[in-house]
Write a protein that binds this ligand. Structure first.
Ligand SMILES: CC(C)=CCC/C(C)=C/CC/C(C)=C/CC/C(C)=C/CC/C(C)=C/CC/C(C)=C/CC/C(C)=C/COP(=O)(O)OP(=O)(O)O
Ligand SMILES: O=P(O)(O)OC[C@@H](O)CO
Ligand SMILES: [Mg+2]
Length: 234
């Protein structure tokens, strides 16, 4: 979506409130030139650990978005909010049920001008998010593209997140998804642990998310920022 707050984001770092990060590492991440920091995780997310991480990131000018995955951890004070809806689960609570409960609770408080949905398609069977949401990860390419079309054309989802958390995904499929959409932004995340993979993902997706490697090889993680920014989306 042209002009939307997330429309210019090419590179995003994802930080997990449930994991430790030193001040030095956080400084390097926030000053890296990334387009935004996303705060989120699949488990162990609480109001307290989310507020704590937010206030540490808040010392920097970088854009900061909360990916809201639980009612308890919907923390005010972020620049932006993403709300995930899992498209490839048969368990409707992860598609719409929990979000509806949260709407009942927060409806009047939700800052809609800075809130957007994410149509999640989880494709790594070992990802925590796949276990949590009961995602059907063993999909044919055609089934994934059908979901992408449904989300983009019928549901008019602003973003579609191809989630391979923990493993590097099928870039031909990601590219196909990006070519298929008419208005949604395709976000790719999973297994990016060096500049080469980051560049490959940047050629295939509109937005590239880098997460786990921040906690095991910070220098490799930082190298992905330039790699993405120097690579045009094809
Ligand atoms: C003023 C105020 C209160 C502000 C907040 C306003 C606001 C925007 C409220 C939100 C309202 C709302 C509708 C909330 C919905 C809440 C909710 C329960 C949503 C469901 C989320 C969901 C579908 C979760 C399933 C799991 C999932 C898709 C997680 C996504 C994140 C993810 C994959 C993180 C990576 O996890 P990680 O732990 O790193 O995983 P690995 O182990 O694989 O690495
Ligand atoms: O942690 P990694 O594997 O980099 O994946 C990033 C992000 O898509 C996780 O939600
Ligand atoms: Mg993770």
């Amino acid at each position: 979506m042209d002009g939307a707050w997330y429309a210019g984001w090419r590179h995003v770092f994802k930080l997990d409130p449930d994991r430790e990060i030193t001040d030095e590492a956080l400084d390097a991440i926030c000053m890296s030139g990334t387009d935004a920091i996303m705060v989120g995780g699949s488990s162990g997310i609480t109001f307290d650990n989310t507020v704590e991480l937010m206030s540490r990131i808040r010392r920097y000018a970088v854009d900061c978005v909360l990916e809201v995955t639980s009612l308890e951890a919907a923390v005010p004070g972020f620049d932006y909010y993403f709300v995930p809806l899992v498209l490839n689960t048969d368990d409707a609570q992860w598609l719409i049920g929990r979000q509806a409960e949260a709407m009942k609770e927060f409806g009047s408080l939700i800052p809609w001008d800075v809130t957007a949905g994410e149509g999640y398609i989880i494709l790594n069977k070992d990802a925590t998010a796949a276990h949590v949401s009961g995602a059907r990860t063993e999909l044919e390419q055609a089934e994934v593209i059908a979901l992408v079309q449904l989300a983009d054309r019928l549901m008019r989802m602003p973003t579609i997140y191809l989630e391979y958390s923990g493993t590097f995904g099928d870039m031909s499929l990601v590219r196909m998804a990006s070519e298929t959409v008419s208005q949604a932004r395709v976000i790719y995340g999973g297994g990016i642990d060096n500049a080469e993979r980051a560049a490959e993902a940047a050629r295939a997706a509109h937005t590239v998310v880098v997460g786990n490697i921040l906690y095991s090889d910070l220098q490799a993680a930082l190298s992905t920022v330039q790699a993405v920014h120097n690579t045009p989306f094809e």
